[in-house]
Write a protein that binds this ligand. Structure first.
Ligand code: NAD
Length: 431
């Protein structure tokens, strides 16, 4: 039996909607981009509304023998460019508003990197930490059965998100396959490699961050070699980014986790820090660095800041203290909308989340392609194709930013909304 604690990948995750509401934060940028594009009012209305929202009851028999009923959601925000794509989260704080915001986010992200997916998201309101592996399996299967009519390689393709992982994706795939009567690997991504997952998927988001960081430094006229980087969050995205950036020539001066950070002005040995984390779980106590707080990390004297933990960490209150010249948003929504103008005034070059962390969904797309083709690529092919897409997307966003004289965030939204709007116009209004 698997240890249940291994199922929970983001146990420290607090309420996503804490602080500034990310849906409003995103929509304020959406509105700005829509005005820039002079989006026609009808299309504006279409793109401001989710296409389909589903709420399901998820009754399961708990280990105690009692029946418990959970609530599950799935939102398909926009599928004009292809099947819905977006994760499933298990969390106490899941709400329909949050799921809708995240589904819209996915629609823009897929359009920025120009992969043929729309945006979707799902979630179940539950406390996975208090549930047994058996209960989690039942919850996953019953939730999947509840939303089965929208799922499918051509309609909606989930992936892991907060507190869900490849073990859970395997159950989603199995449940769907049992319902349709044959094995359908392409119905979810982020699966174990043994059953149709892609090589390179685990590192994809961090690799994407490293690739756009290199592009951003070139654009800012800065040297990669020796550029000092501070990384907030040392989980999947933060630790892989730090490791690959060090290999690319950057100097990682600070990293942090939920308990705080570590700093060494001469550079940390990332592999050594990874080894420490494996044996000690947290970074605190690491001997070859000094301890700093997460707040201090954000204000460190460095060249690149890579927030890779939480939403809303760079706010109107602390944006003025940021000394980095480049920010790579590994996390979703790390910068509050109210901080954008402050960073702009300081001349900070921000690579926004919907571009910077799109490496993950890009390799999810590769997984779906490989499953549908039944032909699997080696890791080098995956990484090379990811590099091509990230570099091209960076250039596309940069071009829009120069054309409209806007920052990279507004440029990314503008590019995404333009791509989605063009497809709507080409398809025309049905009825
Ligand atoms: P993770 O759970 O693997 O790691 C999160 C890290 O953040 C951990 O080191 C944790 O200790 C740290 N952390 C938690 N609370 C913190 C706090 N209050 N202050 C500082 N650090 C804190 O998660 P992840 O998969 O690396 O995801 C990180 C971010 O990147 C999230 O915003 C996620 O939505 C986003 N993201 C992840 C992927 C992916 O493929 N994993 C893709 C796109 C976006």
């Amino acid at each position: 039996m698997t240890d249940t604690t291994q199922l929970v990948i983001r146990a420290e995750k607090p309420n996503f909607l804490g602080g500034e509401n990310p849906f409003e934060a995103m929509m304020s940028r959406f509105d700005y981009a829509a005005k820039l594009l002079k989006l026609e009012p009808g299309l504006y209305k279409v793109l401001r509304h989710p296409e389909k929202t589903i709420t399901v009851s998820v009754p399961i028999m708990m280990d105690s023998g009692e029946v418990e009923v959970f609530t599950g959601y799935r939102v398909l925000y926009n599928t004009s460019r292809g099947p819905g794509k977006g994760g499933i989260r298990f969390d106490r704080n899941v709400t329909m508003d949050e799921v809708t915001a995240l589904a819209a986010w996915m629609a823009w992200k897929c359009a920025v990197v120009n992969i043929p997916f729309g945006g979707a998201k799902g979630g179940v309101v539950c406390d996975p930490l208090s549930m047994s592996i058996n209960e989690l399996e039942k919850l996953t299967r019953r939730y999947t059965a509840g939303i089965i009519n929208v799922l499918g390689p051509d309609s909606d393709v989930p992936a892991p998100d907060v507190n869900t992982n490849e073990r859970i994706m395997a159950w989603v795939m199995d449940t769907y396959s049992m319902h349709v009567g044959h094995t359908v690997t392409a119905v979810v991504t982020g699966k174990p490699v043994e059953m149709g997952g892609s090589l390179g998927r685990r590192e994809a988001t961090g690799r994407g961050c490293m690739i756009v960081a290199c592009e951003a430094l070139k654009e800012a006229g800065m040297q990669i070699k020796g550029a000092r980087v501070a990384v907030q969050g040392f989980g999947n995205v933060g630790s892989v980014s730090a490791d690959l950036m060090q290999k690319a020539g950057f100097t990682i001066v600070a990293v942090s986790d939920v308990q705080g950070g570590i700093y060494n002005k001469n550079g940390l040995d990332v592999q050594d820090v990874l080894n420490w984390r494996t044996t000690h779980r947290y970074l605190s106590g690491y001997p070859r660095a000094e301890a700093i707080s997460n707040e201090q990390l954000l204000a460190l004297d460095c060249d690149v800041l890579l927030p890779a933990a939480l939403e809303n960490v760079i706010t109107a209150e602390n944006a003025g203290d940021v000394k980095a010249k480049v920010i790579i948003e590994g996390a979703n929504g790390p910068t509050a909308a109210s901080a954008d103008a402050i960073l702009d005034r300081k001349g900070v070059f921000v690579v926004p989340d919907i571009l910077a962390n799109a490496g993950g969904v890009t390799v999810s797309y590769f997984e779906w392609v490989q499953d549908r083709g039944g032909y699997f690529w080696d890791e080098e092919t995956v990484n090379n194709r990811l590099t091509q897409i990230m570099e091209r997307s960076f250039r596309d966003v940069l071009e829009v930013s120069k054309k409209y004289n806007v920052n990279m965030r507004i440029a990314a939204y503008t590019l995404a909304i333009d791509r989605v709007a063009k497809v709507h116009r080409l398809r025309g209004m049905y009825a």
